[in-house]
Design a protein around this ligand. Structure first.
Ligand SMILES: CCC(=O)SCCNC(=O)CCNC(=O)[C@H](O)C(C)(C)COP(=O)(O)OP(=O)(O)OC[C@H]1O[C@@H](n2cnc3c(N)ncnc32)[C@H](O)[C@@H]1OP(=O)(O)O
Length: 525
């Protein structure tokens, strides 16, 4: 059989009329019933999704007429156009973006040989063109009837995901039940979006889980948007519907360069670069332990108060966000005092490390807002590997060659101070507010360790303890201690924060750093 065997009866072969009829059949998909079923599940079809993704819905399709050549299990009698994936390119805010979209109506969007080859081709085209790749995922994983050829097809996708990592932005949008390979490939990409209720990701579904472990769990509880944006950290974003999800995919793309050789797209700035931020003097309480919302600080500093938070619901003790300063894109990493007092823990370190690595790969300067009491103590954290997870963040910052500006708002203690882009690990410009406390640990803890014997031997241990705390604070924790030693470049009025960030980033725009020659580092895992 060939593609033209499906030409509607009465069409003369080789004519434009016949071409139109074939194209119409290709665009229609398998059946109206299958489309109704897809809609009834609250899901759009692949083509409807592509229309929402691209400017004016315009999309150029490749290999729409592709069909599989597999046989067995009745496959030879079922050879729909596209083989269950629509591939091609369009524009997002006027810049080219490549995409593939599983068609769940065809073999559950599962991946056979032809389907895989189409994705390979579009991935290769995106990589050669130096343009982002977006996967609209709604597929059941390897096509069971095609056996090892389907598995090999996934291998080819994974290899391309990794080869393109740090070269072009790769975004996965989960819009249906995605099993096996359909979940692995997204895990190799830069950002995973999910839609609540309809999208799931799992390596093995609930049936297999129950058969092996006896645990009973629904598809959504196991691998839905809530699980992956709050528990596993596999997905960064969750939405109630596909339209708002795809609108935010476009918004994310608006911050990203097309590839690692370009700078992120700058925009004319509607917010004055010279705007002062006096509200910050009140917004951040001077008492070191009083909480405040770091997102309000970010909003005050960035252009028009707009920022796009990544992994908002996972590891909320660290905020990672994309924003603009004087129209130029920045990646912001900040401790969040309203969640776990802003400590660094396993999840927070992993989240920030991956974000720093992403920004560095795509030439996005880093702004780090520091207010950190330390690493989270605890048996769970130690046995869970806080050492190696914390090391990931250290590794990411130490490796980052993009412009790096840090501001210490209040406290910065111990290893967490070092890790949060301190001068000693390569911050280009390090600023601090007047209330900053930078030390190995808080004064109470320090006095308890260093003066333990003196306090115990004193006639009035409590008075002695207070005296030693004061002494430690006066000597080592005054706001100019780090500045006197060149470990912060300047102590600034909070009201100057936006202005000083913009000024620092402007002078660093031409920063150029070479790294020692090596195949690659060995990042802590
Ligand atoms: C790299 C290694 C891997 O990828 S191993 C992973 C292999 N895949 C799997 O184990 C997933 C098997 N499928 C499922 O669990 C379910 O179909 C999921 C994905 C949860 C979707 O469920 P549900 O929404 O109820 O749809 P459904 O089961 O009715 O399926 C719709 C049509 O798609 C088909 N389908 C499904 N999975 C596959 C597959 N892997 N290979 C080939 N066909 C598949 C179903 O047979 C069904 O077809 P039809 O519409 O009845 O003709």
């Amino acid at each position: 059989m060939t593609a033209l065997d499906d030409a509607p009866v009465g069409q003369q072969r080789g004519t434009v009329d016949e071409l139109e009829a074939v194209r119409a059949a290709m665009r229609r998909g398998p059946s109206d019933r299958a489309t109704r079923t897809q809609h009834a599940k609250g899901k759009l079809t692949a083509r409807e999704r592509l229309q929402l993704l691209f400017d004016d819905g315009k999309f150029t399709e490749v290999e729409g007429l592709r069909r599989h050549r597999a046989s067995g299990f009745g496959l030879e009698d079922r050879r729909p156009y596209t083989d269950g994936v629509v591939t091609g390119w369009g524009e997002v805010f006027g810049r080219p973006v490549f995409a593939y979209a599983h068609d769940f109506r065809i073999f559950g969007g599962s991946l056979g040989e032809a389907h895989a080859e189409k994705i390979h081709k579009i991935m290769d085209m995106a990589s050669r063109a130096g343009a982002p790749l977006v996967g609209l995922c709604d597929g059941a994983g390897a096509r069971i009837q095609e056996g090892v050829t389907a598995l090999a097809g996934y291998g080819g996708i994974f290899q391309r995901n990794v080869r393109s990592s740090g070269v072009i932005p790769q975004i996965s949008v989960m819009l249906g039940p995605c099993a096996g390979g359909a979940a692995y490939s997204p895990a190799l990409t830069d950002f995973v979006f999910m839609v609540r209720g309809t999208a799931q990701m799992f390596i093995t579904g609930p049936d297999v889980v129950e058969a092996v472990t006896g645990e009973q769990i629904s598809h959504d509880e196991l691998g839905g948007a809530h699980a992956h944006t709050t528990l596993s950290g596999v997905a960064a974003f969750a939405y109630d519907d596909e339209a708002s999800c795809l609108a935010d995919v476009r918004y994310l793309l608006s911050f990203l360069p097309s590839n690692n050789r370009e700078q992120p797209p700058a925009e004319p700035c509607a917010d004055r670069p010279g705007r002062l931020t006096p509200a910050l003097r009140e917004l951040v309480p001077s008492e070191q332990k009083r909480a405040y919302d770091m997102r309000a600080v970010i909003a005050e500093c960035v252009d028009s108060g707009a920022f796009f938070e990544v992994h908002e619901a996972w590891a909320p003790n660290v905020v990672c966000a994309l924003a603009r300063l004087d129209g130029h894109v920045v990646g912001i990493v900040a401790n969040q005092p309203v969640a776990l007092a802003g400590v660094l823990d396993i999840k927070g370190s992993e989240k920030a490390a991956r974000f720093v690595q992403f920004c560095d790969a795509f030439n996005i300067p880093l702004v780090t807002l520091v207010d950190v009491p330390g690493f989270l103590p605890g048996v769970d954290q130690e046995h869970g590997g806080i050492i190696r997870h914390g090391a990931k963040l250290l590794y990411a910052y130490c490796n980052a060659t993009v412009p790096r500006v840090s501001v210490i708002l209040r406290k910065a203690y111990g290893g967490a101070y070092i890790v949060m882009d301190s001068r000693s690990i390569g911050s280009d410009i390090s600023l601090a507010w007047p209330g900053n406390e930078i030390a190995v640990m808080g004064a109470e803890g320090a006095a308890g360790v260093v003066f333990r014997r003196e306090i115990a031997a004193a006639d009035d241990p409590e008075a002695a303890r207070r005296q030693h705390i004061k002494e430690y604070r006066d000597r080592l924790m005054h706001p100019y201690y780090a500045a006197e030693r060149g470990l912060v470049d300047d102590v600034i009025d909070p009201a100057e924060t936006r202005v000083r960030l913009i000024d620092a980033l402007a002078v660093l725009r031409t920063k150029y750093v070479t790294q020692p020659s090596r195949k690659h580092g060995n990042q802590p895992q």
